[in-house]
Design a protein around this ligand. Sequence first.
Ligand SMILES: *[C@@H]1O[C@H](CO)[C@@H](O)[C@H](O)[C@H]1NC(C)=O
Ligand SMILES: *[C@@H]1O[C@H](CO)[C@@H](O)[C@H](O)[C@H]1NC(C)=O
Ligand SMILES: *[C@@H]1O[C@H](CO)[C@@H](O)[C@H](O)[C@H]1NC(C)=O
Ligand SMILES: *[C@@H]1O[C@H](CO)[C@@H](O)[C@H](O)[C@H]1NC(C)=O
Ligand SMILES: *[C@@H]1O[C@H](CO)[C@@H](O)[C@H](O)[C@H]1NC(C)=O
Ligand SMILES: *[C@@H]1O[C@H](CO)[C@@H](O)[C@H](O)[C@H]1NC(C)=O
Length: 412
Amino acid sequence: MVSVSVIIAATALLQAVSSAVPPGFKSVLANNVIVPKTTKDLAKNNVTAKWAPGYPKEWGSEDYHHLFDIPDPDDTFNGVITGDGKVLALFNNTHAELFDLVNNITASVFQLQVPDKNFIVGVNVNPSTQGGYDVFYGVATYMYDYAKTTFRQRVGSDLKPLGTPIAYEGQIGTISKQGKMVTLGGQIYDLSTTDNTPAATLEGQHDITDFSFSPDGVHLASVSYREETADLWNATSGEKIFAFPPTRAQNWLTRFSPDGKYIAITLGSTNNTIQFYQLSNLTAPPFEIKGFNFPSRVLDWSPTSQQIAIGDDGRFRIFNVPSKEIVQTWEVESNDYGNWGLRSIAWLDNGNQIAWQWGYGKYMYDFKTNTEWLWTIRAVDHSWGPEGLYLLKDKGQVVTVDGDSTVRFWKI
Ligand SMILES: *[C@@H]1O[C@H](CO)[C@@H](O)[C@H](O)[C@H]1NC(C)=O
Ligand SMILES: *[C@@H]1O[C@H](CO)[C@@H](O)[C@H](O)[C@H]1NC(C)=O
Ligand SMILES: *[C@@H]1O[C@H](CO)[C@@H](O)[C@H](O)[C@H]1NC(C)=O
Ligand SMILES: *[C@@H]1O[C@H](CO)[C@@H](O)[C@H](O)[C@H]1NC(C)=O
Ligand SMILES: *[C@@H]1O[C@H](CO)[C@@H](O)[C@H](O)[C@H]1NC(C)=O
Ligand SMILES: *[C@@H]1O[C@H](CO)[C@@H](O)[C@H](O)[C@H]1NC(C)=O
């Protein structure tokens, strides 16, 4: 089965809001849905994108939805779909449900190792090196805090739990394709073993904001917004290979390009710049894209590494790399931006589509057909924030994991 699903990770909002368009922004009616008015929309050959038939759509008009237990008024709910598009994992604050998307049935429900008055954060489900899947979940003492401990529960190909979970210290930073996990505290674990002692430790780094493994798993880039650092590490030994020159700014994100040639670093504070270093010549000065209207917390490289999509306030742009030419812009019309940054952005299906989230709207655009989709909340809905959008290409479905503890399935 060829399917593409991408987690759109984003920080949950602390307040429940129920408006399709945040205050200060202009709106229009499209297909009887209130949507933000754009000053610039995506386009092909100078023709503005058109809505897919029947779109935009609101919650309630989905083809069907799935609930795990009763919707939790405190939003202790998480949902993720595995990269192979076969499993939907749902988490309330005490249990996980693994839903088999191939057969459209619940395959298992099992209890999580969470002490009373603690919270599940940082969930992830990956194919296991021993077959089946590894279900990762973090346990934190406050709802929006980082995990103090991350558990790894293996499940078989029938999605039923096998054995007891392994506990690791700290929260997952990222996991490489080669099966290494790095935690925000700078510990590297080898997931091909059941050993929970670190295989390597990043010396002197305890407060990392973001990580990126090189595609071959050899290198690891890190940034810290509090320490204002950006570094390159040996992902096997944990030795520092290179300290990028001080940015004197809060560094929010780092991402290797899919071809492994570039390392992108986003600078916040008042710099609002993105730097691109070349792995083949680390001492060469970076090339920079400047003039973002807000620190960029959201970006994604195209699968070809020739373009990068970067969000800032009320907008995202796609740039050619390394020419920095802007090839697409999506921007909402506002009197007062007031920090409504893009929440997520991801290329899907080998770069044929791009998906993004702004406010409570989840969007997708198809480059070939110049078509746009939007799924958004109604005035009567509450949302505790975004959890994700997945494209199941073979099924012709988009799945939205929504901030009302509901997973919605939409035919496209
Ligand atoms: C798009 O429009 C601009 C300005 O109207 C023009 O310069 C450009 O050549 C057009 N591009 C295409 C692909 O038609
Ligand atoms: C989570 O779901 C399980 C299974 O439906 C249920 O027994 C449990 O009470 C739920 N936990 C919370 C915190 O709602
Ligand atoms: C999956 O099951 C739900 C009912 O739980 C049903 O509404 C839906 O049509 C089914 N989807 C598929 C693709 O069979
Ligand atoms: C990383 O460290 C390992 C183990 O010490 C070593 O074999 C390897 O050559 C190093 N790789 C790089 C890119 O420095
Ligand atoms: C970021 O801004 C600070 C303060 O203006 C400045 O000192 C620093 O050089 C800037 N960093 C870069 C990489 O331009
Ligand atoms: C690395 O970049 C520097 C500065 O641009 C340049 O002088 C040097 O020749 C480059 N080295 C290689 C190996 O390309």
